[in-house]
Design a protein around this ligand. Structure first.
Ligand SMILES: NC(=O)c1ccc[n+]([C@@H]2O[C@H](COP(=O)([O-])OP(=O)(O)OC[C@H]3O[C@@H](n4cnc5c(N)ncnc54)[C@H](OP(=O)(O)O)[C@@H]3O)[C@@H](O)[C@H]2O)c1
Length: 307
């Protein structure tokens, strides 16, 4: 039986953010179909999408696919960079093509991008209106990723782009990698710790996408960051305090440059001061607006998802 609210198609719906968003959408009464590299239940492949188009009664399309950039097992080779690029730009383009080829377009097309769009800087405060997208590989990727989702203006589809900061959740991303080192007392700041850390709790990045899908007035670019601007050192203090552990062993910049290559290590060694001006203006209410409440939630040893 078709759901009351219709179907949401989520590219990358099997991932860290996508699976959390799918759970919230299903709880709210939507059907959710994932687009994946593998077939499965409530799942279609990218090839199925290209041949069969959007599913029936598709009210929203979301783009959340992407090869993990900070996979420590993968060297930053031209081949891997191509993978990182294509897994974002081509998947978003495939979703946009499917929307253009359907007779019954969805109400909204929401895609993720990153705050890497903005040039790392200690002085400038970036809002959604700030310029960027051209200073390095990751910025250019964000710009191309965003424009891959462009639709002809005559199509009656709301277009939303969420420029996300580092997503903090227990079952993926940065926290999953650092939970046990911090728990065992080996945590510490990255480099000097003075670089900004644009961040957001998983529940809030999911909340922003849900807000965009379910509210007809939301469109345009939204910064997917928490309202509280912090540095890496602020995060280290908040997370170690929430765990009742010391965190005094710094991770040197040169070690990260060596392990990850400088071009992608910038995600950790440098940062941008990003504020969610439009996100607040469109009425999104944060569950975790400050790093203390987010870390208190994330530091518990036994973690049960509350969404
Ligand atoms: N997590 C963060 O802190 C953060 C911050 C800013 C932006 N983002 C962006 O948000 C998106 C989702 O993040 P996430 O943390 O949820 O990612 P994730 O869990 O690492 O991956 C999301 C999904 O992308 C698909 N995927 C992986 N490699 C692929 C490839 N080579 N080609 C096609 N699809 C591929 C996978 O789906 P299948 O295996 O089912 O194909 C995977 O489940 C990513 O594009 C990421 O760059 C994330």
């Amino acid at each position: 039986m078709a759901s009351r609210f219709g179907t949401v198609l989520v590219g990358g719906g099997s991932g860290f953010i996508g699976s959390a968003l799918s759970k919230v959408l299903r709880t709210a009464g939507y059907d959710v179909i994932t687009v994946s590299r593998k077939p499965g239940v409530w799942q279609i492949t990218w090839e199925d999408l290209a041949s069969d188009g959007l599913p029936d009664n598709c009210v929203a399309v979301v783009s959340l696919a992407g090869q993990n950039i900070l996979d420590p097992r993968r060297r930053w080779t031209p081949g891997f960079k191509q993978n990182v690029w294509a897994s974002r730009v081509n998947t978003t383009k495939s979703l946009a093509d499917a929307i253009q080829n359907t007779k019954t377009p969805p109400e909204v097309f929401a895609t993720i991008s990153g705050v890497g769009y903005y040039k790392p800087c200690q002085e400038t405060e970036y809002t959604e209106n700030s310029s960027g997208g051209d200073h390095d590989f990751l910025a250019e990727l964000c710009r191309k990723w965003e424009s891959a989702g462009n639709l002809p203006p005559e199509l009656p589809v709301r277009r939303v782009i969420v420029r996300s900061g580092v997503v903090l959740g227990r079952h993926g991303g940065m926290i999953q990698q650092m939970f046990w080192p911090f728990y065992l007392g080996f945590g510490g700041p990255i480099s000097s710790g003075t670089q900004y850390l644009p961040w957001i709790h998983l529940d809030d990045i999911v909340g922003i996408f849900f807000h965009a899908i379910s509210n007809g007035h939301v469109s345009g670019i939204l910064n997917g960051v928490a309202p509280q601007v912090i540095t890496n050192s602020d995060f280290t203090k908040a997370f170690s305090r929430a765990m009742w552990r010391p965190a005094i062993i710094p991770v040197p910049k040169f070690a990260l440059n060596l392990a990850f290559d400088k071009e992608r290590a910038v995600i950790m060694t440098e940062g941008q001061k990003v504020v969610p001006k439009r996100t607040l203006e469109v009425g999104y209410k944060y569950k975790y607006p400050d790093i203390q409440s987010a870390c208190k939630n994330l530091a518990r040893l036994i973690y049960v998802d509350q969404m």
